[in-house]
Design a protein around this ligand. Structure first.
Ligand SMILES: [Cu+2]
Length: 121
């Protein structure tokens, strides 16, 4: 019985510690817009392990999205943002990679022009 209570206490401590870690990495909100098939910023910088919210405004009348990849080859996906039609906005939410590094973001529909660096620091 005592052993069972000990396990419950340990589980509760582990849960609290986990929450504290999640809070330490924080949440960052990034504003990003598309106009004339171009993003209004070339670099997005976020803290490692942070909860990332990209508030994306599509100011064109054609669809766009924002996806984040391991690198410019755009093979390994970190986050795939759903495509939204023109003159709408969307909130993308995901967790940044835990390790610092420079990654890549783009609009999957316009991968030649709508690109940038996704920096984790
Ligand atoms: Cu696009």
């Amino acid at each position: 019985m005592i052993q069972k209570m000990l396990w419950i206490a340990l589980a509760a401590i582990a849960l609290l510690a986990g929450n504290a870690l999640a809070q330490n990495s924080g949440t960052v909100t990034i504003a990003l817009a598309a106009r004339n098939s171009a993003f209004d910023r070339e670099t997005i910088t976020v803290p490692a392990g942070a909860r990332v919210i990209i508030h994306f405004e599509n100011r064109d009348r054609i669809p766009h999205n924002v996806s984040v990849y391991e690198n410019g080859r755009a093979v390994k996906v970190i986050y795939y943002g759903r495509i939204i039609n023109g003159l709408q906005d969307v909130q993308y939410e995901f967790t940044a990679p835990a390790q610092p590094g420079t990654h890549f973001f783009r609009c999957d529909l316009h991968p030649r022009g709508m690109i940038g660096d996704f920096v984790v620091e």
